[in-house]
Design a protein around this ligand. Structure first.
Ligand SMILES: C[S@@+](CC[C@H](N)C(=O)[O-])C[C@H]1O[C@@H](n2cnc3c(N)ncnc32)[C@H](O)[C@@H]1O
Length: 302
């Protein structure tokens, strides 16, 4: 496909070809056609349309056709800035990541590390949290790393290697422990996390950052073996309530004023057990988490 020339075919025609291929189940080929089209246009509107599709093709799954239908419906009505990803559609909104080539380049480079399409709004939240806590005293922690997608994006974007902070990344590297799984999660857990990634692979991925530590173990117990004394940012993403509440119990006192917690799963309907447990945990302290349409929850300590 790198030799594909398709002389005289316009970006609009290539977009249609890509859509046809995507609908026909040829996501790899569709992705390549969108890439050819992207090289041929500087028009912001067309680049946006192509990049959303490229993101769908890059992480094709059983929701891809529905996402493409949604996108085409929004575009056919003339709704500007139509965007669709797994679990989120927006239109008539400024897409900040579309105005940022560096964001686009780095997020596209790491997209294959997550089995979800078009994660740009979620990455925008995390990048905001990272940039906002840069001068808050304390280190960063991520509870639930998987292949390292979100942290790698943020670390690359801000060139975290030069920051006087350490980022502590915790994971079992074996999925959610059986006794922590929500009812009905075993199948999902096994499909996503069992034998699909490893400590060695993730440690290697972060080896270019001397100040990022990858730690294997079960939260909250592993925290007793090593954790920062003061924390500026927590990314909590373990798809289960007992581990996340355990992490909160351990770290909350260590979170500096101005520190931020981003819960990745908070508002996903599939994570209702976490939502209930976390709302209750904060309410007991007279505090509130901001629910986000991305599915995230955001808390800023005063
Ligand atoms: C949704 S993934 C994390 C995705 C990652 N934060 C990202 O943005 O790319 C959830 C991860 O939590 C890990 N996990 C679940 N329960 C855990 C526990 N009790 N201790 C440590 N890791 C856990 C799983 O192994 C899995 O890799």
């Amino acid at each position: 496909m790198s030799n594909l020339t398709l002389q005289d075919v316009t970006p609009e025609q290539l977009l249609c070809m890509g859509d046809g291929l995507l609908r026909g189940g040829q996501s790899g080929l569709a992705k390549s056609v969108y890439e050819v089209a992207l090289k041929r246009t500087n028009k912001l509107d067309m680049r946006q349309r192509l990049r959303v599709r490229h993101g769908l093709a890059a992480a094709a799954n059983h929701r891809t056709m529905t996402c493409l239908d949604l996108l085409e419906t929004m575009e056919s009505r003339g709704w500007k800035n139509a965007f669709v990803g797994d679990g989120l559609a927006t239109w008539l909104k400024t897409l900040p990541f579309e105005l940022d080539d560096r964001f686009q380049e780095i997020s596209a480079r790491h997209a294959s590390l997550l089995p979800l399409a078009n994660w740009q709004w979620n990455l925008t939240t995390m990048l905001w949290a990272v940039q906002t806590t840069r001068n808050i005293p304390g280190d960063f922690v991520e509870l639930g790393v998987f292949k390292g997608h979100t942290t790698l994006f943020c670390a690359d974007y801000v060139e975290f290697g030069g920051w006087p902070k350490t980022w502590w990344l915790y994971d079992t590297f074996e999925g959610i422990p059986e006794d922590q799984q929500n009812p009905g999660w075993k199948k999902m857990n096994d499909a996503l996390y069992v034998n699909s990634f490893s400590y060695e692979e993730v440690a290697e991925r972060f080896s270019g950052f001397p100040n990022i530590k990858v730690i294997k173990g079960r939260v909250p117990e592993v925290l007793q073996t090593g954790a920062p004394e003061q924390v500026a940012l927590m990314h909590v993403d373990m798809n289960n309530a007992p581990a996340e509440i355990g992490a909160l119990e351990f770290f909350f006192e260590r979170l500096a004023p101005g520190g931020i917690i981003v819960f990745d799963d908070f508002c996903w309907a599939t994570a209702r057990t976490q939502y209930n447990a976390e709302v209750e945990w904060f309410a007991a302290r007279g505090l509130h988490v901001l629910p986000m349409p991305t599915g995230q929850g955001v808390f800023v300590k005063s």
